[in-house]
Design a protein around this ligand. Structure first.
Ligand SMILES: Cc1cc2nc3c(=O)[nH]c(=O)nc-3n(C[C@H](O)[C@H](O)[C@H](O)COP(=O)(O)OP(=O)(O)OC[C@H]3O[C@@H](n4cnc5c(N)ncnc54)[C@H](O)[C@@H]3O)c2cc1C
Length: 409
């Protein structure tokens, strides 16, 4: 097992254990301590649940139910809001998928520039290998590469230093994160980097300051005189017009049905409860699709092991298991061999699994595809119309719906 997998055992059981250890601290402790980054293996102020939420080995509902079962809504307000940040970013990108396409296109251009400009290449390599002049930046880069995790405050400082002090293209920084984070996520990552760069909230950037770093690392670092003193917002193409959250076609009864299990949602109970028992299941992970460069082996290994944990947990309900290559032709072949007319799958938000499902759906003579979206996502995402502060007003209503109705998945 790699180091990252020891820190983040890829099972639901390990996720539930971490959740129950964290729950007592999710109230006022979290509000007071969440911004402190005390170094690798000392992240006691935060939950470190993100790799589990990212794969949905744990769902947002699992986490919110556990926390609100122990704390009042006001004591847990900060933590609950952070969980909803994740939901907000997903909804925002779902209604503006072209922002992900824009990012991928710009990234390809920056990777070409790295090949042809030796100065850029040297600076990029120094940043990714933790060999800059800035000790805190190097420590965070090394921690990320070694553990697959970085504290939220460090992500903000790191992205700010990357963009405004080292003056590297933000897309290369976002890509560095996606290649190493176990929780690497198209929505939270792309939009988190855009936010620091002043693109997401136009004109509003995030500037990493020595005093803030020193305070919240409890003096571990104080990069005096080394950091940019200002953070002018970057230019970016205009945000494409918002479109509605995509509609999904409901499953049809009386068709021979298979399940596509992917690493955006490894709690497929709600799909299996839709009333159609799959005769076979294809298991895929698509983390390699997060970057044109090589993804760290631990990232793919985590997603695969988490998928295997799910297969073990649901084995009686999945039919014959196959692990085809994550390509549309391989999946179409699998479906044809199994005589599958309809593939059920948990809804995949913008990212490589959605791309794969889109390509499969576009194949002539391919199987019918029915994506099933959780009520939680369907209720929340359409509210990501503007900034988080408007979205935040919906949290109580969304929680009320989630907690009041047992049918909410
Ligand atoms: C530049 C940048 C890049 C980021 N890239 C990613 C990414 O690829 N994947 C990812 O999951 N998160 C990303 N985040 C958000 C956040 O940093 C992580 O979700 C958080 O650090 C995970 O650690 P935790 O589980 O210990 O968080 P906790 O503080 O314990 O929070 C609990 C949960 O709330 C959610 N959450 C907390 N803060 C945020 C936030 N700012 N935005 C969205 N959700 C949040 C996460 O699901 C997290 O697991 C990024 C933030 C920035 C500034």
């Amino acid at each position: 097992m790699t180091d990252a997998m020891t820190r983040f055992p890829p099972t639901r059981l390990a996720a539930l254990e971490r959740l129950s250890r964290f729950v007592p601290h999710a109230g006022r402790d979290y509000a007071a301590r969440r911004n402190y980054d005390l170094g690798p293996d000392k992240h006691d102020g935060v939950s470190m649940l993100s790799p589990y939420l990212r794969t949905r080995l744990l769902t947002e509902r699992d986490v919110l139910d556990a926390v609100l079962g122990r704390h009042s809504a006001s004591a847990a307000e900060k933590f609950v809001q952070e969980v909803f940040w994740r939901t907000y970013w997903k909804g925002w990108l779902e209604m503006r998928p072209a922002v992900w396409t824009q990012y991928k296109t710009a990234l390809k251009g920056q990777i070409d520039a790295v090949q042809t400009q030796s100065g850029l290449r040297a600076a990029w390599e120094a940043a990714c290998t933790g060999q800059t002049e800035i000790a805190c930046f190097n420590a965070w880069a090394n921690e990320l590469v070694e553990t697959g995790y970085m504290h939220n405050h460090a992500r903000m400082w790191f992205a700010s230093i990357w963009i405004f002090t080292l003056r590297l293209p933000w897309e290369l920084g976002a890509d560095f994160f996606l290649r190493h984070l176990l929780d690497g996520d198209p929505a939270s990552n792309t939009l988190g980097w855009r936010w620091v760069a002043g693109i997401q909230t136009p004109g509003k950037t995030y500037l990493a300051r020595t005093s803030n770093i020193s305070k919240f690392t409890e003096g571990r670092f104080a990069p005096k005189w080394q950091l940019a003193g200002e953070a002018p917002a970057l230019n970016a193409p205009p945000v494409p017009e918002r479109q509605p959250v995509p509609a999904v076609a409901p499953p049809r009864p009386n068709l021979t049905t298979g399940l596509l299990l992917h690493d955006d949602d490894l709690s497929p109970g709600y799909v299996l409860d839709a009333g159609l028992a799959p005769i076979a299941t294809a298991v895929v992970t698509t983390r390699k699709g997060l970057s044109p460069l090589s993804i760290a082996p631990k990232v793919e290994a985590f997603a695969q092991a988490a998928s295997e944990d799910t297969v073990t947990r649901f084995t009686d309900r999945l039919g014959t298991i196959a692990r085809p290559a994550p390509t549309a032709p391989a999946l179409a072949r699998w479906a044809a061999e199994q005589g599958i007319e309809q593939i059920l799958t948990p809804y995949a938000p913008v990212g490589p699994n959605a791309d794969l499902i889109g390509r499969l759906a576009a194949m002539p003579d391919g199987p019918r595809i029915a994506q099933i979206r959780r009520d939680f996502d369907s209720a929340a995402w359409p509210h990501a119309t503007h900034g988080f502060f408007r979205f935040k007003d919906q949290i109580q209503t969304l929680l009320g719906a989630m907690r009041g109705l047992n049918t909410v998945r």
